[in-house]
Design a protein around this ligand. Sequence first.
Ligand code: ATP
Length: 234
Amino acid sequence: MQPYDTHSMLIQMFHVYKRYGAKNALVDINLEVADSEFLFISGPSGAGKSTLLRLLYMGEAATRGQIIIDGQNLSRIPRRRIPFLRRKFGIIFQDYKLIPTRTAYENIALVAEAVGTRRSLVKKKVSSLLRTVGMADRARALPPSLSGGEQQRIAVARAMAGNPKIIIADEPTGSLDAESAAEIMGLLRHYHRLGATVIVATHDTELIRSMGGRVVLLKGGHLEISTVIPRLSS
Ligand SMILES: Nc1ncnc2c1ncn2[C@@H]1O[C@H](COP(=O)(O)OP(=O)(O)OP(=O)(O)O)[C@@H](O)[C@H]1O
């Protein structure tokens, strides 16, 4: 199968617009993302990156146009089915959004439980995820006692806990130093290699150059370029 065969497209956006009052946040977006692809969405502040991501996981509805996720047209999904659509996504934010009063372990376990992981398996699963992100020894820590890089590692583990088909990361390294940023991107690449589709929004062109891959560029709500950047050899 060809990598961009339309039958293998997990995400399709056709003539998508998003308006906030008089503001056009997204204008006539046409974008396809293949199953198991790693995609960067790049562009300056205010370009529409976060808005585009929110439309995918139905954080908000498009003003116009069609969005198809895994064969489902989002404009035709009944409200009661939205939680099932959301289970396809693991979402990572720049500011981690961990529950500050719950331990690292509990933050991850809550998602594992929410997607119906058998009670007897939750502990094994969360422990395994904590090991994957190198945080096994901080399971009982509360988020405010962790560094930014550590909190983001927990957020990555939490995103993986629902076994989502798609990981969406909105500026996941925006608050991190270079070393922590590289670790987080390594974890996202690891999950991608396990078969997931990963979409990362970032304005950090250095980060994109170090990772390589397909990049789409948003400017003023318009999708300007889709290109493939070769990975910098290290
Ligand atoms: N809820 C909202 N209400 C009104 N305007 C909004 C809303 N969300 C986003 N916008 C506007 O839409 C445009 C795109 O915003 P968006 O946050 O998607 O950009 P971005 O590329 O993610 O920027 P950044 O990198 O700074 O996060 C901006 O002009 C922003 O002010």
